[in-house]
Write a new protein. Structure first.
Ligand SMILES: Cc1cc2nc3c(=O)[nH]c(=O)nc-3n(C[C@H](O)[C@H](O)[C@H](O)COP(=O)(O)OP(=O)(O)OC[C@H]3O[C@@H](n4cnc5c(N)ncnc54)[C@H](O)[C@@H]3O)c2cc1C
Length: 393
């Protein structure tokens, strides 16, 4: 039996924007229109962090635009309202403490305790099955870089790393106890190896809490499809379920720039077509090995989602298979999330929260991703236009 009654279409804007009023849609339209201006977004990337630092009066403007669109609130309690709205559409949440770029031991301890607070909070909510964790929220970037490079650590650095690993382990332990999944983000390629190793070790150690921990695979990296297959094989041999969040990757320009500056071959694919091929192959591989892998198909790419659905149909997998979920970022691609959810697929929105000034790097990445160059925005704009026209009629 195929898993869906009617073929999924991402063009149904009445479903995609069912929770948005006309006024909200017009506000979102204006925001995406502005982000579509590549030069403005590029300028904002430099000007906004400076304006915040110099206490210029930009916060109100950011709060009413980017923050409102891409974040759930300043505190866990504020996120509740957004999560409840999503729950009404049967959409789940991956809760993300969006604070980035602060690097002291006190901040790392605070972030770790915030993650624990998130887990306990999520365990009392019906639609928050996951939290997202960033390793650079728990340890210095430079230390990860040293570990990745295989450099010898001083005794103090060894202790620092041990402390960071314990922070993550404590989070996973708590998550296993409260049955909340933990998705560890993938970051720059030159710090990724210690993150992979640490997450894999914990997955094996917490094999009894099946699928509690997810690693992230960036398929724009040339070596990741092979690594994913190796990890699935390892999971099979050692008897645990690999948690795999599949993304294309968010640091393309940065990866290429660093490789060119330092004179090593770029670790990312040379073309978008190659990234797309590896992404779709990774999804297909996971869907054929669901006994050993639980996968989160994290993408705004319609074609990748449709291919996944097609394969699920061919393999006669139910839409709500416990080892498959689709995920999009909050504020983006609601036409995918809402239509998938309406057809019974498991959908999670990645929902960041945190004090406005601390989530600026995240907001700037979203703005960047939504420029005309990145190509996502024109689709959002045309869908909103279509829905406004439909409502008028
Ligand atoms: C729920 C969720 C969680 C995420 N978590 C992470 C994370 O942990 N780590 C992370 O790095 N990113 C993460 N991302 C962001 C993700 O990596 C992508 O940047 C973003 O989703 C855009 O890719 P896409 O698959 O949605 O769509 P598309 O718009 O189809 O693809 C855009 C992506 O393709 C790749 N690409 C574009 N042009 C080229 C080119 N010329 N050559 C090669 N490749 C190219 C880039 O990766 C680019 O981001 C996450 C995204 C989602 C939805």
């Amino acid at each position: 039996m195929p898993s869906t009654v009617a073929p999924v279409s991402f063009d149904d804007t009445s479903i995609a924007f069912s929770s948005r009023s006309d006024q909200e849609l017009k506000r979102i339209y204006r925001l995406f229109w502005l982000m579509n201006l590549g030069w403005l977004t590029h300028l904002a990337k430099y000007v906004v962090p400076l304006a915040i630092k110099w206490h210029l009066p930009v916060k109100k403007w950011i709060r009413n635009t980017l923050y409102e669109q891409f974040c759930g609130g300043e505190t866990l309690e504020e996120v509740m309202e957004t999560a409840t709205k999503l729950a009404k559409q049967n959409i789940h949440v991956i809760l993300d403490y969006g604070v980035e770029g602060k690097e002291t031991e006190e901040v790392f301890d605070h972030t770790a305790s915030e993650y624990i607070r998130m887990i306990r909070y999520a365990s009392n909510q019906p639609n928050i099955p996951f939290i997202a964790v960033k390793m650079t929220g728990l340890v210095r970037f430079a230390l990860l870089e040293k570990l990745h490079a295989g450099s010898t650590l001083s005794v103090a650095e060894e202790q620092e790393w041990e402390k960071a690993r314990l922070r993550l382990e404590h989070i996973v332990e708590e998550a296993a106890q409260y049955r909340i999944g933990v998705m560890v983000d993938a970051e720059e390629s030159w710090i990724q190896q210690p993150i992979d190793t640490c997450v894999l070790e914990l997955m094996e150690r917490y094999a009894h809490a099946r699928g509690v921990l997810f690693n992230t695979y960036q398929l724009y990296r040339i070596d990741r499809l092979k690594l994913l297959k190796t990890h699935i094989q390892l999971a099979k041999e050692k008897g645990f379920v690999l948690g795999a969040k599949l993304v294309r990757g968010a640091y393309l320009e940065k990866e290429r720039r660093r490789a060119a500056e330092k004179g090593y071959p770029s670790p990312v694919h040379a073309t978008k077509a190659n990234t797309d091929r590896d992404y779709n192959d990774a999804v297909a591989y996971c869907l054929s090995h669901l006994e050993h892998v639980s996968c989160c198909i994290a993408t705004h790419n319609e074609k990748s989602c449709l291919l996944a659905i097609q394969q699920m149909d061919e393999q006669q997998l139910p839409a709500d298979h416990p080892h498959i979920c689709f995920s999009q970022l909050y504020g983006m691609s609601d036409h995918i999330s809402y239509n998938l959810s309406r057809h019974g697929y498991r959908v999670c929105k990645y929902l960041p929260y945190g004090p406005l000034e601390d989530v600026i790097p995240y907001l700037m990445r979203r703005a960047q991703e939504n420029t005309s160059v990145a190509g996502q925005t024109s689709r959002e704009l045309s869908l909103i236009q279509k829905e406004l026209r439909r409502r008028k009629l």
